[in-house]
Design a protein around this ligand. Structure first.
Ligand SMILES: O=C(O)CCC(=O)C(=O)O
Length: 281
């Protein structure tokens, strides 16, 4: 049953519809964000290196603490206000820029290459460290979710995007809006909104977890099989196989399912393109 009260204000919902984004919503407590970061970094120290492309996508199938964030009612209440009560989470992605690194994200529109037939993709970006302007927080081009632009693929090695995608529009004519976030806060942007971010000039890592939520009615058009987690309500459509919560971090069943989920992502991200590395987005 739908909730009576909304988490977002009417002004925030209006801004999302008109401009495509809402910034700096209080989500996790700072202590919860620090705890999640600690879990991530403990795993990275076991690996001996930062989280790689294979594990940075759809990590909610691998780690219980990512699954918990994905299902957090403070986030889902906001998503429900935008797309209704029956919600799938299609993906999760870690966006990590090391301290004083050149990594950046070129301007892009996600829904152009994810194969999803919906305009209702709500992308939630949760800060697990400080995502200040100095640290290269995300910026958006307000209102661009009503338009569709051309991308080029640069394969630039500092781009965090799989194909180094970049919009070909003249950004000089637009006014980007930066979305700085404190640890635990989240922003929301529509899957068609143009967004990107600059290198991290701060002395700390900039760590974000993005979560892609869609209504259960959405379909995948690029690959035969795809998965999504049912995080709220009921799914009367069954267009996606439901991925389950991991029993424990890196449980063998979770690792096997994650491998299938990432292979589907790899297939759709590289549909029609030369395959170069593991996919992220
Ligand atoms: O983390 C960033 O700077 C970019 C994130 C992004 O492209 C996304 O969440 O879709």
């Amino acid at each position: 049953m739908a909730r009576d009260e909304k988490l977002l204000t009417a002004a925030q919902i209006g801004q999302y519809r008109e401009l495509g984004y809402i910034a700096a919503i209080d989500g996790l407590l700072p202590s919860e964000a620090h705890a999640a970061r600690a879990r991530l970094e403990r795993h990275e120290s076991t690996l001996g290196h930062p989280l790689g492309p294979g594990q940075r996508s759809r990590s909610h199938y691998l780690f219980t603490w990512v699954d918990d964030i994905m299902r957090d009612p403070r986030i889902l209440d906001a998503v429900e206000d935008l797309i209704g009560p029956n919600i799938l989470c299609w993906g999760s992605i870690f966006w990590i820029k090391e301290a004083r690194s050149a990594s950046y994200v070129g301007w892009h529109q996600d829904l152009q290459y994810w194969g999803l037939d919906t305009s209702d993709l709500v992308n939630v970006w949760v800060a697990l460290s400080s995502a200040s302007e100095q640290a290269g927080c995300m910026s958006v081009l307000p209102g661009t979710h009503h338009e569709q632009f051309e991308h080029v693929e640069t394969y630039d090695e500092d781009s965090l995007l799989t194909r180094g995608q970049e919009l070909t529009i003249d950004i000089g004519e637009r006014t980007p809006k930066a979305m700085p976030l404190a640890p635990g806060q989240f922003s929301i942007h529509n899957g068609r909104l143009a967004h990107g971010s600059s290198p991290n000039a701060s002395d700390d890592r900039r760590i974000g977890l993005s979560l892609q939520y869609i209504p259960t009615s959405a379909r995948q058009t690029l690959v035969e099989w795809d998965t999504a987690a049912l995080v709220r309500g009921v799914d009367e459509f069954h267009h996606f196989e439901h991925g389950l919560s991991p029993e424990a971090d890196l449980h063998p069943d979770a690792v096997a399912f994650h491998a299938r989920a990432v292979e589907a992502l790899r297939e759709l991200i590289y549909a029609g393109a030369e395959r170069q590395t593991d996919p992220s987005v």
